[in-house]
Design a protein around this ligand. Structure first.
Ligand SMILES: O=C1CCCN[C@@H]1CCCn1cnc2cc(F)c(F)cc2c1=O
Ligand SMILES: [Mg+2]
Length: 504
């Protein structure tokens, strides 16, 4: 089990590593930065996939599969798109014991793999819009300390790559996808996110603008990029010659988007909801939503209890609830309680001889540990209501905790103290790249554990802009920029309230 001395608030990374391994989500592997996704994690990814895949299919996106390997020539089609990323590219240089004359790279992302084909397929405006997606793995040889789910050298994701005849259609899709990403986090994972646009410094250099959803890890007060939806403009269609004859008979370059969501989703959910007993899984994605545990007492009628337990489990299953009847004879109830709490199962249903006699069971919910009596005759409705209640309670709790840790400031001397209090910071900002560089530099210098950071023992103390939040989004209140509002850092005229934070 989680074991003593492993408290989330005391040693977060130790707690996280224990929770994901002992709940049987992750196992380690002999290549650094690579992890085994065990069924308890993989089935959560499948739930996320099922939701997102169904939603993009409503948008007429089609799934395809492009090769894993990309030639150096293709990968470096556009020098400056790749140069910053070159150190992360993994190369195949041998087959057997002979060197490859031309090494090939393993996809770190698939623009350079897909877009030469797009150029061939897109000739006329009738070939647009082209909307493809693929559910694949990618490899990036990250150097920062790996963290399972959050930062690994191989991860699973979907990458959507779309092409349109005009900017308006492309712009609309960027934000439509961004809201689907928000729904994955808020409706499935009960994790609140802030929707926004990345600054010039933080955006995808190859694109026109980047939109993002930003999560928050309360335990260390860090932001985390949760998913991203880029408007590429015509930058890539220029690079890859994706041009089409438009409806006026002249040539135009396609307007493109690309968007991605990864298995980082699972790590963020674990960190936000987990506690010192283990995982706390949102019912919507939990592989098992209710576990039925028959309680045997000496000289009591165990067969009645066992058959009633089985009956309840079958009824719940028939109603579409993911249920497990834990009638393992070799474990006592206490051990089973710990086991399913560690695995984060939302509801435990206890049934003993007295319960059979009274026609009721005890339901214990994982999010609050509250117990309630439910009529066996009403078990399906009762359990469904409880699951819905848990789903919304987890989200409401996370929203409150996140909003309690967004601090609005107006001047520099409030900034680092706010970060040190594990907050994200909303501040009026001038949006200048030079100013963002100095924010990063000054916040790093004013952070304590510079030495630790150099040794790679901890995350950086530098703060960066996370996003410029979109207006009018639920759960995110934005102050007004006035004519005389000054940038919190350089005192120039502020143009946008921007979310800053230390981050992963
Ligand atoms: O972020 C997304 C969403 C899904 C499709 N791709 C975009 C942009 C990816 C930006 N990016 C991110 N990381 C990279 C790492 C590399 F090693 C490399 F060669 C290229 C890249 C790289 O282009
Ligand atoms: Mg990266």
């Amino acid at each position: 089990l989680l074991g003593a001395g492993c408290k989330k608030e005391e040693d977060f990374s130790e707690w996280y590593q224990n929770v994901i391994t002992r709940s049987e989500m992750i196992d380690y592997y002999d290549i650094s930065g690579c992890y085994i996704l065990r069924p308890w994690a993989y089935s959560i990814w499948e739930q996320i996939q099922a939701f997102f895949d169904a939603e993009i299919k409503k948008l007429d996106v089609q799934n395809a599969y492009f090769p894993l390997l990309v030639s150096e020539k293709a990968l470096t089609t556009e020098k400056d798109h790749i140069e910053g990323f070159a150190p992360e590219v993994a190369w195949v240089t041998k087959s057997g014991d002979s060197q490859l004359a031309d090494p090939v790279a393993i996809r770190p992302t698939s623009e350079t793999i897909m877009y030469p084909a797009y150029a061939n397929w897109i000739r006329s405006h009738r070939d647009l819009p082209l909307k493809l997606n693929q559910w694949v793995n990618v490899v990036r040889w990250e150097f920062k300390r790996p963290v399972p789910f959050l930062r690994s050298r191989e991860f699973l994701w979907q990458e959507g790559h779309t092409a349109f005849a005009n900017k308006e259609e492309a712009d609309e899709e960027v934000f439509t996808i961004l809201d689907l990403y928000r729904r994955v986090y808020e409706e499935l994972l009960c994790v609140p996110v802030v929707k926004g646009v990345k600054s010039e410094k933080e955006k995808f250099a190859g694109g026109l603008y980047t939109t993002t959803i930003e999560g928050f890890i309360p335990t260390n007060g860090r932001g985390i990029q949760a998913a991203t939806s880029h408007a590429l403009g015509q930058n890539f269609s220029k690079m890859f010659n994706i041009e089409f004859e438009n409806d006026k008979g002249t040539k135009s370059l396609a307007w493109q988007n690309s968007w991605g969501l990864t298995t980082r989703t699972i790590g963020v959910m674990v960190m936000v909801h987990g506690d010192d007993k283990g995982l706390v899984l949102p019912p919507r994605i939990s592989p098992i939503q209710a576990v039925v545990i028959p309680l045997h007492f000496k000289d009591s009628d165990t067969t009645a209890v066992d058959s009633k337990a089985k009956e309840i489990a079958d009824q719940l299953k028939a109603a579409g609830i993911r249920v497990n009847l834990d009638n393992r004879p070799n474990y006592n109830p206490g051990h089973k309680y710990n086991h399913w709490e560690l695995k984060g199962v939302p509801i435990r249903i206890e049934i003993g001889p007295k319960d059979v006699a009274s026609g009721t069971v005890i339901c214990c919910r994982r999010d609050t540990a509250e117990k309630s009596k439910v009529e066996i005759s009403n078990i399906v409705t009762g359990v469904k209501e409880l699951l819905d209640n848990i789903q919304s309670n987890l989200f409401d709790r996370a929203v409150k905790q996140r909003n309690d840790h967004i601090v609005t400031i107006n001047q520099w001397n409030e900034f680092v103290p706010a970060l040190d209090n594990k907050n994200l910071v909303l501040a009026p900002w001038c949006e200048k790249v030079s100013c963002e560089d100095s924010i990063k530099k000054k916040s790093s210098e004013e952070s304590k554990n510079k030495a630790e950071e150099e040794k790679g023992f901890c995350l950086t103390g530098a703060a960066k802009s996370l996003c410029i939040p979109l207006q009018n989004q639920e759960h995110v209140k934005l102050p007004e920029i006035k004519d005389d509002t000054k940038c919190f850092c350089c005192q120039e005229k502020a143009t946008k309230y921007t979310l800053f934070g230390r981050s992963y």
